[in-house]
Design a protein around this ligand. Structure first.
Ligand SMILES: O=C(O)[C@H](O)[C@@H](O)[C@H](O)[C@H](O)COP(=O)(O)O
Length: 254
């Protein structure tokens, strides 16, 4: 298993130029991702491995695997920091909360220092919540302006919605135009909750962006985003590092 894809020197991938890896099924996809994250955590020497977690249902299998007896005690959790790519503005105990999903699938089962887990705050005012999270990131990294070569995240995990959204970058929302802030908010038209989300520049400040997509319901949208570059929010995702589409065969199609 080549979990260290040699970089062709082609730094700075887009959603269209990233690598595609198709695994046989969702279990193999989770296995690949877990072993890849372990590899990156073991390799990283100049500080903690910083991962921005995706919400939604697809990555739950990965989180459960990382929290299972197969990985929980192998991962160097003391040198891993977990952030969130987006969050629903609901209580962290609400079943719709991404933090709740990650806590049930992963955090309850691993020995990770409390200070290494960075949930997005939930407030009545999403603008204030976004400002607080951005301030936390700026405090952690020690800079207030994104710097090429000093990516915020080693790995950003992203899902893909049937409408082409990713994180909480939804079609037609003002956050798609945000090029300065690291964290902002959105109110998707067809979703019940306001959301917090990393912005395009914050996601681009990464060594690896991994789109984790499974199921044949996503085959067409992947094709439209990656191959046809249709103007969906996910099609505008870039990274200063490498972008990987980690798909199961159902999503990857032929
Ligand atoms: O908070 C969220 O829901 C995610 O950040 C969102 O962007 C998700 O990744 C996609 O909607 C795909 O969701 P599924 O994995 O459930 O298809």
């Amino acid at each position: 298993m080549n979990d260290k894809i040699e970089n062709t020197g082609e730094k700075g991938h887009t959603a269209q130029t990233g690598y595609v890896l198709v695994l046989s099924d969702a279990t193999a996809q989770a296995d690949y991702l877990a072993s890849s994250i372990l590899h990156h955590a073991e390799e990283k020497q100049d500080g903690p491995l910083c991962i921005a977690l995706s919400g939604g249902s697809t990555p739950k299998r990965l989180y459960e695997l990382l929290g299972s007896s197969e990985y929980a005690d192998r991962m160097p959790w003391h040198k891993i920091h977990l952030f969130f790519g987006d969050e629903r503005m609901v209580s962290h105990t609400d079943a719709d909360s991404n933090f709740h999903m990650v806590k049930e699938a992963l955090l309850k089962h691993i020995d990770i220092p409390f200070r290494n887990v960075h949930p997005m705050p939930v407030l009545e005012d999403p603008v204030k919540a976004a400002e607080i999270y951005q301030a936390e990131l700026q405090e952690i990294y020690g800079f207030e302006t994104l710097q090429k070569g000093k990516p915020l995240f080693d790995i950003v995990l992203l899902g893909l919605g049937a409408d082409g959204h990713t994180a909480s970058l939804f079609p037609g929302t003002p956050v798609l135009q945000e090029q300065e802030k690291w964290v902002s908010w959105s109110q998707p038209s067809d979703a019940p909750h306001q959301r917090l989300t990393l912005t395009y520049p914050a996601i681009a400040s990464s060594r690896f962006v991994m789109f984790v997509v499974s199921g044949d319901s996503k085959t067409q949208i992947i094709r439209e985003v990656r191959d046809e570059n249709k103007p969906y929010p996910s099609a505008a995702i870039t990274t200063e590092g490498e972008l990987h589409w980690i798909l199961d065969r159902a999503a990857g199609g032929e």
